[in-house]
Design a protein around this ligand. Sequence first.
Ligand code: 3PG
Ligand code: MG
Length: 387
Amino acid sequence: MPSVPTLEDLPPLAGRRVLLRADFNVPLRDGEIVDDLRIRAALPTISWLVDQGARVVAATHLGRPKGMPDPRYSVAPVRARLAELAPGVELAENLRYDPGEEADDPAFVARLVEGFDAYVNDAFGASHRAHASIVGPPRTLPSAAGRLLAREVEVLLGLRNDPRRPFVAILGGSKVSDKLKVIEALLDVADRLLIGGGMCFTFLAAQGSPVGESLCEVDMVDRCRALLDEHGDRLVLPSDVTGLGPGGRLMRPEAGGDVRQLGTSIPAGWTGVDIGPGTAAEFGDHVAEARTVFWNGPMGVFEDPRFEAGTRAVAQAVADTRAFTVVGGGDSAAALAQFGLGGEVDHVSTGGGASLELLEQGDLPGLEALRHAPNAAGDDDDKDDDG
Ligand code: 3PG
Ligand code: MG
């Protein structure tokens, strides 16, 4: 397989115009940036380009506008922050204002690359999308992976291909159906896979436990049962959960409803909303014994202080261990930040879907496109392909 060109594989850039695809899809609240990690993460690439004398124009998507301008998704707040962090770097308007972006429309690609001499993809978080700005420019422009994209790939493929053992993976989040493929991929490589979050209830149901009103994907129960039958020794489910009683509302403590520690048998009318303290301690022990840890997805509804304990315990265990630690996904990164532990992890991935897809597939459309750029090294194995 040809390799992905890096910044050093670009032609001389002095006085040249470089199109930088970044993932500045940052969380916004009332028009303010809540977390600028994705902007700061692109700065090493930007400074390298600027040091070479390049003129840099960055482009990003923001949110999911439906192929037309929508002021709710204006990149203006991002442009303002970028101007503070990297003066002189321009930012184009939201790529998804044009339907050609998601459609990878050749006419849109032609407009994107017009006037540019080179292309750099540092948008790891969007490189699982075969969109125009990700896969289009490398068809014609000399292209490279930026520092962030290269580092993300190195770390995540390292987990997939050669983790130091024991390798413990922790998955949370609400839906099994979203995570099924990554669960299967992680079961191929991890020594233990710990399951929390809303999706644990579908597994508990598969194990025969009543789950009350908890999230449960009925059509996934058979699939979960098959995974438990095949990998039961390595799949670790909660042994207790925290439940919210009848009448209770998430984020609304004033609405009432008891909060109680339950085993794994959840009574009718009750909703499991976090892993319990016993499970939090067990998960912490697994993390403490690991030499590599990957964590994606909260253990419970951590935005509600009544149900943050499980996620906090896992975040603390991940922060405390001397293992190599990787956290992927916006929710887990937000949880780390909420608990003040963001700095205690070896690698916080800027990609949610992209990090899971890279773990699943070992490749991404954005990487494949870069491998075929005009400046990419030829495929040394070509001569063997037919033989
Ligand atoms: C993300 O935030 O996950 C990336 O920016 C990709 O965004 P998307 O899921 O809207 O394609
Ligand atoms: Mg996403």
